[in-house]
Design a protein around this ligand. Sequence first.
Ligand code: UD1
Ligand code: CA
Length: 488
Amino acid sequence: MKKSARAAIVLAAGKGTRMKSGLSKVLHEANGKPLAWYPVRRALDLRCDPIVVVVGHQGDEVRARLEALFPGAPLKFAVQAEQKGTGHAVLCARRALAGHTGRLLVLYGDVPLLKTETLRTLTDAGRRNPVAFLSMRPADPTGYGRVVRDARGKVTAIVEHKDATPDQRAIGECNAGLYDCDAGFVWKALKSVGTANAQGEYYLTDLVAAAFAAGTPAVAVDAPVEEVSGVNDRVELAEAARVLRRRLAEKWMRAGVTLVDPATTYIDEEVELAADVTVEPNVRLLGATRVGSGSRIGFGSVIENSTVGSFVAVKPYSIFESAKVGDRAQIGPFARLRPGSDLAEDVHVGNFVETKKTTMGKGAKANHLAYLGDATIGSKTNVGAGTITCNYDGVNKLPTVLGDGVFIGSDTQLVAPVTVGDGAYVAAGSTIVRDVPPGALALSRTEQVVKEGWVARRKAQQAAAAQAPRGRKTAPKRSAASRRTRRG
Ligand code: UD1
Ligand code: CA
């Protein structure tokens, strides 16, 4: 395989003191993803390989989370035990990058709003320069490194706020802290970077002065402040999440999706929606969810890692988790499809129906109050209200198979493992413990008893008892009516 032309380093060792949290800053979530997810995603968009995440605070947790979120990605981890500055952090990644001779992208773990297209502008600009970096013009530049230029406009250095002269502090052009460099140049230049500065840190920004000294000044690429602003506290975290949501909402609306109230709609980055999908307010579409054209997702629904076909009606407050729903199906309100639910076209699943590891054939229906677990349900089969698959015997999960065109009467318990053949009927209220052959009727109930006139007789009996003198020790003679009642 061809070696990748570009590797990436994600700096994520900082503690994030202003989050006031026991959790590492980069593990805090914005729009459903930890902050560290975003730079890794962007580096993958640019085909960086490897991507080295420099971790410190809660390094093991950060590593575990990212590995789980990016299975199979060319992720590596380097530990920076003590935070001695951005230059030191990059040096910590050097071992993991042994043998890489191409470009090196440096990203921050706490900058989730950066767009891939902005990074492409950076990498294009940097093609012939040892160092290219993103600059910005924040309303208040306090705290940022300033971009210092010579009379010809060449970038001579980045001077940190704490090291800057009053003249330099008046510069509005700031360093955003994201770079695309030549790897060889970085390792060579960082060798001579010291800590003789106001913070006693190894500054990665010293690369910029080194590039100027080498006669190849760094290029600055102006980026929108919003994109390159880092998250430092929970107010900024919530604001970043809001921007992420707004962006995704706009993307989908422009692609032909109706979002009734974009501000209350949560759509993860990997979700895919076809044109003419309608999403009602307060809906969360999460993970690798796909929704086909003409489908409507009702108020308050949460759909995660699921595939929804075309012209599906998902009525309010339905919850899907790793489920598949075929075209024209009608689901909910208040339906819960748990992992392994696979519903074919035209299936109806109504209110308070829960499915798990269950397939339903074309046109099958379970419209009210049912639990269908580990079941295979044939096409056009009707599952009555209150039906329950008793799929768990306390040790094992056991299968229920209903054929095509089966009718399951209301309030049936299907004690698994059990099979009901094609076209069979199960009478309401039955407890089915043995297989039912195709075309048969199965019925398991105790015989019904009817006692005519019972209510009037009991009333008479109660009235007689109330009239009897109080404190009588011996039992009253039973009336004829009461004797009849006892006999039934
Ligand atoms: C840095 C730049 C500054 C720029 C600013 C933009 C330097 C010396 N300064 O400021 O010019 O305007 O970013 O935000 O580079 N980190 C580590 N290990 C460390 C230090 C930092 O992993 O030892 C990580 C942090 O977790 C963070 C990122 O690097 O993700 C930036 O660190 P931060 O302290 O926020 O930036 P400054 O050094 O203040
Ligand atoms: Ca019953």
